[in-house]
Design a binder for this molecule. Structure first.
Ligand code: PRP
Ligand code: URA
Length: 209
């Protein structure tokens, strides 16, 4: 499949990216722009969710609407992925949340795994949304996908705010079945593994660290 959806052409996405990227945005401005962008990315990613027809009685007559047919799982990659969870739960209060804890070793740029809390997905009809604002080398996303797949997850999408072309290529090379939804595909990585133009360190800026 190897499908990437970029939302930057939407004026609201571009407007909020400008706030997110601005080095003078304080953590309150950064956080609220991250939430607005997460909302747009999650709405786009859930456009093709499977539904079943459901009859509903309005005060006037019986009609039909399509309701969600599967268990929805949000899986934030700690820490920065936490920025996107409440937005997802606001839209889908019945969704479940699993966790993967990873940090990138600053010298080697390789992900170090320190935590997970995931179910066995084998007998569950489900859709998994991995949440991480930044896809840089792709090491962390691939490690998160490996872990989730080791719990037999299927229908996996990766939702990010900013992605580097190098990271997208890496994810698709290792996991061609995963779809990526992102607000922006940026230019490149610099030699410290930061996305350019990017926004700096997403976790530090979101949490005001
Ligand atoms: C950031 C980001 C991703 C990762 C991306 O996390 O949230 O998880 O870097 O880089 P990669 O694609 O090169 O692996 P970081 O390791 O800074 O941890 P944090 O979320 O705890 O700040
Ligand atoms: N992680 C971040 O937070 N920012 C980058 O540019 C790359 C990885």
């Amino acid at each position: 499949m190897s499908q990437v959806t970029e939302l930057k052409s939407h004026p609201l996405v571009s407007h909020n990216l400008a706030i997110l990227r601005n080095k003078n945005s304080d953590h309150h401005a950064f956080r609220t722009a991250a939430h607005r962008l997460s909302l747009m990315v999650i709405i786009s990613a859930t456009e093709s969710l499977r539904t079943i027809e459901h009859s509903v009685e309005t005060p006037l007559k019986t009609t039909h609407e399509n309701v969600l047919a599967e268990e929805i799982w949000f899986i934030p990659v700690l820490r920065a992925g936490l920025a996107m969870v409440d937005v997802g739960l606001g839209l889908m209060p019945d969704a479940h949340v699993g966790f993967v804890g990873l940090f990138r070793d600053e010298a080697t740029l390789t992900p170090k795994h320190y935590y997970k809390n995931l179910p066995d997905f084998t007998s569950m009809e489900h859709d998994c949304y991995i949440l991480d604002p930044m896809l840089a080398t792709g090491g962390s996303s691939c490690a998160a996908i490996d872990l989730i797949k080791s719990h037999h997850a299927r229908n996996i999408s990766l939702l990010t705010l900013i992605s580097a072309p190098e990271g997208i290529k890496e994810v698709f090379a290792k996991h061609p079945d995963v779809s990526i939804f992102t607000a922006s595909i940026d230019e490149e990585l610099n030699d410290q593994g930061y996305i350019v133009p990017g926004l700096g360190d997403a976790g530090d800026r979101y949490f005001g660290s």
